[in-house]
Design a protein around this ligand. Structure first.
Ligand code: FUB
Length: 306
C-alpha cells in the first residue's frame, strides 16, 4: 500500500474503485475537498498531500467523480500548480470549481513566484474533469490588494465562489480575515471593490451554500481548526454567527469543508488525518451527512468511518 501512496502512474487512470467508508480515497492523500454536483454526479476537487508529512507539499490538484457515493472514478490529474506560470510549483492549496454556461472555472490558491505570498488564480475547461488551463495568465487576487485589511502574506487563500440567480457571481476567500468581491460575467475579473466579511474567530476555508432563503457561510475557526458557520438572508451579509458545525477532525490541525446537496441529501465533505501514516500534512477526504434543524440552523456533523 505504501508504494502506491508514493504515486500512481497517470496512464492507469481513469480508474474505478469502491469506497469502503471514511476516508474515501485510500490510494493517496487528498486535502481541501471542494464538491461540485453536475448532471447527476458529484465531483470532488482536492489537493494531493505528497510530502514527508512535515509541511504542505502539493504539486497537483485531483478530481474524483461518483454517481452513488460508493463507486468512484479517479480521473487523470486535471490541473497542476505549474500550469500557472506565475506560481511557485509546490503549493496547490485549497480550491473550488463552479460551472457557468458550460464552462468549468477552477479557483485555486497558490504561492506567488514573485515572493509576495499567497495568491488566487483561476483555470478554465470545457469539461469538469479537465484538462484545465490558466484562464488569465496572472493571479486574480494578490497580496497587495488586501494589505489595508491585513499585512500577513498568506491571507489570500481558500477561494469559494457563488453565483446568484440573477447571474451575479461572488468570490469569497481569506485567512485570518475573510473577504468577498463580485466577479464579472466572464468569471475571470473582479467587478468592484474587495470587501471584508466580519466573522468571529475566522481562520480560513470559507464555503458558501444556500437552502431556501438562507445563505450559509461555513469556515475553519481556531487552531487546531473546528468548523463554524454563520447565516444570512443576503449574500452580502451581515452574517449571524451560529456556532460550531464540526469538531476537530481527527489527527489533523486543519478542517476544510464543502457542503452540497446531492440526490436529495446534504453532505459535509471534509478531510482528516485518518489514513495509515496520515496527519496534518498527509490528509484524506471524508464525507458525512449534514442535517438541518427546524429553524434551518445546522446540526453538528457526526463524523463517521462509514
Ligand atoms: O492545504 C493547504 C491549506 O491547508 C488550505 O488552503 C487550508 O484551507 C488548509 O486546509
Amino acid at each position: 500500500a505504501l508504494a502506491v501512496l508514493t504515486g500512481r502512474a497517470q496512464d492507469s487512470l481513469p480508474r474505478t474503485f469502491e469506497a469502503k467508508g471514511n476516508p474515501i480515497f485510500t490510494d493517496k492523500f487528498s486535502a481541501d475537498p471542494a464538491a461540485l454536483v453536475h448532471e447527476g454526479k458529484m465531483y470532488i476537487y482536492c489537493g494531493e498531500d505528497n510530502g514527508d508529512g512535515k509541511w504542505y507539499n502539493m504539486p497537483n490538484w485531483q478530481v474524483y467523480s461518483t454517481e452513488d457515493l460508493k463507486t468512484w472514478t479517479e480521473h487523470p490529474v486535471p490541473l497542476k500548480v505549474n500550469t500557472f506560470e506565475w506560481t511557485k510549483h509546490n503549493s496547490s492549496w485549497a480550491s473550488q470549481v463552479i460551472e457557468r454556461d458550460g464552462k468549468f472555472y477552477w479557483y485555486i490558491s497558490a504561492e506567488h513566484a514573485n515572493g509576495t505570498g499567497k495568491a488566487i488564480g483561476v483555470a478554465v475547461s470545457d469539461s469538469p474533469t479537465g484538462p484545465f488551463v490558466d484562464a488569465r495568465g496572472s493571479a486574480l487576487i494578490t497580496n497587495d490588494m488586501t494589505t489595508e485589511y491585513t499585512d500577513i502574506s498568506w491571507d489570500d487563500i481558500d477561494p469559494t465562489v457563488w453565483i446568484e440567480e440573477s447571474g451575479q457571481a461572488y468570490l469569497f476567500w481569506g485567512n485570518t480575515q475573510c473577504y468577498y468581491a463580485k466577479l464579472k460575467d466572464n468569471m475571470t475579473e473582479l467587478d468592484g471593490e474587495i470587501m471584508p466579511v466580519e466573522l468571529p474567530d475566522f481562520t480560513e476555508a470559507p464555503w458558501i451554500h444556500k437552502k431556501g432563503d438562507w445563505y450559509y457561510l461555513s469556515y475553519a475557526t481556531g487552531w487546531p481548526e473546528k468548523t463554524a458557520y454563520a447565516m444570512s438572508k443576503s449574500i452580502e451579509g451581515p452574517w449571524e454567527y451560529k456556532g460550531i458545525l464540526n469538531e476537530l477532525a481527527g489527527n489533523c490541525n486543519t478542517n476544510h469543508q464543502s457542503i452540497v446537496k446531492f440526490k436529495g441529501k446534504w453532505y459535509f465533505v471534509y478531510h482528516n488525518g485518518g489514513l495509515f501514516k496520515g496527519g496534518s500534512y498527509l490528509r484524506s477526504v471524508c464525507i458525512d451527512e449534514l442535517y438541518y434543524n427546524k429553524d434551518q440552523s445546522l446540526k453538528r456533523v457526526q463524523m463517521t468511518t462509514e
